[in-house]
Design a protein. Structure first.
Length: 452
């Protein structure tokens, strides 16, 4: 036997086994221990140790990877990017990680730094490494959507669902895109599946609400908006849309309540949305004749953005009312104060009160008689006064009702008061009748005389 040859062969085989072992199985023990510490949250001490190792032993790909992980976990994303990029420049295979994990860390940092292009480039590299990874595919789709590349977004959303048919976020994004494209049937299908697979997908609940609101199924829409408002991202928008639903349903008080909740929940980052809600609330107040409340909202908008929509025009239109404190009191005072204003007007016109009744918070009726006549034995005639607080233009039907109410109360004359001018048909109807209309500037003049 050729013993020297056998010995030489054994030496070579042993050497190869040792090299293979160190190359494939033996990981640097100190770095391995540091990696365990980092995963346990010990980053500050680990950074110091890693910097010492790099200075003394040189920077291996593993030491720079661990340093990048420390920076990323501490929120120092810029420094983490530097270290991850350095890892990719080293043309050696890491022991403690993989190139895929390095790129994943890099993507996370770029996303945190809001660097879409860099994130997209790394994600596309990751898809080359792992083409069926639906999380990479979805993240690419989401970035394309935010960039406004809707076709590319749909392509990658479809790929996401191909490899994970129950991916709720991908289904939700497709439903949202179909909603904006007016593809109602497809939108409902995607969004319904989305909340089926993830009952906490608040984006999908919100867009289901929008779909049913557009279809005028307001009760169902409100149900979905209420589900979506559990999310901070959709809470304010949900309040806004619920307010719009209640407004369409003519549920005034509920609409006001939802708008006010939306405004109260707004922060600095929600400023544009808050302005929309305040404008909607002002519009609702205006249509209901609550001009003082509407002006308050317009003035709030004006302080933030003086050029917002037609707010400057609105404020100019109601300039006189804004400057008239007496009229403001007439419009918004609590009922006891408003009651006193009504009685002051009745007294100023030469009458004593017989009865007073608040028909609504915005409508008050008073029955009076002329103040003590010269002939005490003459029966004093009853006079009917009706006060409207809402700044809604009253027309023919409204003043006809006043006349009919006066007749039922056996009143010989009726007075009707409104903070704005009466419609022309109402004015024409009052001519030649025992009906005296006092609105707008006429009412302001009386208030000025009795209140100063």
């Amino acid at each position: 036997m050729n013993y020297p040859l056998i010995v030489a062969a054994l030496i070579i085989i042993t050497t190869l086994i040792i090299i293979t072992y160190f190359t494939l199985f033996r990981k640097p023990k100190k770095l391995q221990k540091l990696w365990e510490q980092i995963q346990g949250g010990e980053t500050k001490n680990s950074i110091r140790s890693l910097k010492t190792i790099i200075i003394k032993q040189g920077g291996s790909i593993d030491s720079h990877f661990l340093l990048a992980e420390c920076y990323r976990r501490e929120g120092n994303y810029q420094m983490a990017v530097v270290e991850y990029r350095f890892c990719l420049k080293i043309k050696k295979k890491p022991y403690l990680t993989t190139i895929e994990e390095i790129r994943k860390g890099l993507v996370d940092c770029y996303l945190q730094l809001n660097k879409q292009e860099e994130s997209l480039a790394e994600l596309l590299e990751l898809v080359r490494i792992n083409p069926k990874n639906y999380e990479y595919l979805f993240e690419i789709a989401r970035i394309y959507y935010e960039k406004g590349s809707i076709e590319a977004a749909v392509t990658y959303l479809d790929k996401t669902i191909k490899y994970n048919s129950t991916h709720s976020d991908a289904l939700g994004y497709l439903g949202m895109i179909m909603y904006h494209a007016n593809q109602v049937t497809d939108a409902v299908g995607y969004l319904t599946k989305s909340v089926k697979y993830d009952p906490k997908n608040f984006r999908s609940y919100y867009y289901l609400g929008r779909l049913y609101m557009d279809g005028r199924d307001f009760p169902r829409a409100i149900t979905y908006f209420e589900a979506s408002q559990r999310s901070l991202d959709f809470k304010i928008r949900a309040f806004f849309q619920k307010g719009n639903c209640y407004r369409e349903m003519d549920e005034y008080e509920h609409a006001v309540d939802e708008y006010e909740k939306g405004i109260a929940s707004s922060t600095g980052k929600d400023q544009n949305l808050m302005l929309q809600i305040k404008y909607a609330l002002a519009s609702l107040y205006e249509t209901r004749g609550k001009l003082a409340e509407a002006i308050e909202q317009w003035e709030g908008i004006n302080r933030i953005n003086p050029a917002y929509k037609d707010v400057p025009k609105k404020l100019e239109e109601y300039h006189d009312l804004r400057a008239d404190d007496n009229m403001k009191d007439f419009l918004v005072s609590p009922l006891p104060v408003f009651e006193g204003i009504c009685l002051e007007i009745v007294k100023h016109l030469g009458f004593d009160m017989v009865d007073l009744k608040h028909l609504k918070t915005s409508i008050t009726a008073v029955i009076g008689t002329p103040q003590m006549s010269v002939k005490r034995n003459v029966k004093r005639q009853l006079v009917y006064f009706k006060f409207y607080r809402d700044a809604v233009t009253l027309g023919l039907n409204a003043v006809k009702n006043v006349m009919e109410e006066a007749k039922r109360m056996r009143c010989v004359t009726a007075y009707c008061f409104s903070p704005v001018k009466f419609a022309d048909d109402a004015e024409n109807f009052s001519m030649g009748r025992q009906l005296i209309l006092t609105g707008g500037e006429q009412l302001a003049d009386i208030l000025k005389k009795i209140r100063g």
